[in-house]
Design a protein around this ligand. Sequence first.
Ligand SMILES: C[S@@+](CC[C@H](N)C(=O)[O-])C[C@H]1O[C@@H](n2cnc3c(N)ncnc32)[C@H](O)[C@@H]1O
Length: 212
Amino acid sequence: MDVNKRTIQTYNKIASNYCKATRVSKFIEWEKEYIRKLIFYISISKPLILDVGCGDGRHCKIIEEENDGKAIGIDLSKSMLEEAKKYYPKGKFQLMDMRRLNFDNNYFDGIWISGCIYHIPKSEINVLVKEFKRVLKNNGVISLNFKLGTGEGLEENPKSYPGSPRYFAYYSKNEMVKIFNKFGFEELESTNFPEKIFDDKIQQMWFRLKKK
Ligand SMILES: C[S@@+](CC[C@H](N)C(=O)[O-])C[C@H]1O[C@@H](n2cnc3c(N)ncnc32)[C@H](O)[C@@H]1O
């Protein structure tokens, strides 16, 4: 079975509660700063940004309403997209698998992918980064976050979402740098989400794509 499919079944089930929980302001304060930084690094007027695994759509709203950007959010969970459309009716959202992006080559100025890369098994990470390279313009910038650690597998949070496993793949910062370097992405900056916000250690990174 595609373990990502199991994860999407879970998001379809927990969407409403999950979105309520992620909209709390303690996350948003940091996310806003990291999105602002992505737009700063892109440094063109009205950059077009792909929000991968957009979930509740709050980041698309921040990109468009608090910054200079235009956003397209994609997600593979129908229920998450319904939440996104309710939360940000003006937003552009599409049902799509991040491993198979239905966009032309060199289409986006930037990519934002938050809380999402770890839902793909490590055996497929190259497929994913290759897709990001394809749809991103030369000199485009990607900002991503992921959980620091080792290993991968289906995990359940019995307290918040009993009976609803999701797949998590953990990386070290060096591992992630190596993967992105292989596809022509150069590291611009990296930082950690303040530890008091999450139980896990979360790494946030910005890379610029240099197409040869
Ligand atoms: C932890 S949530 C993060 C949502 C949002 N980006 C945020 O930061 O709040 C992960 C999201 O990734 C989506 N997702 C998981 N696998 C995906 C895939 N293969 N393609 C597109 N979206 C996917 C899920 O449906 C879910 O909305």
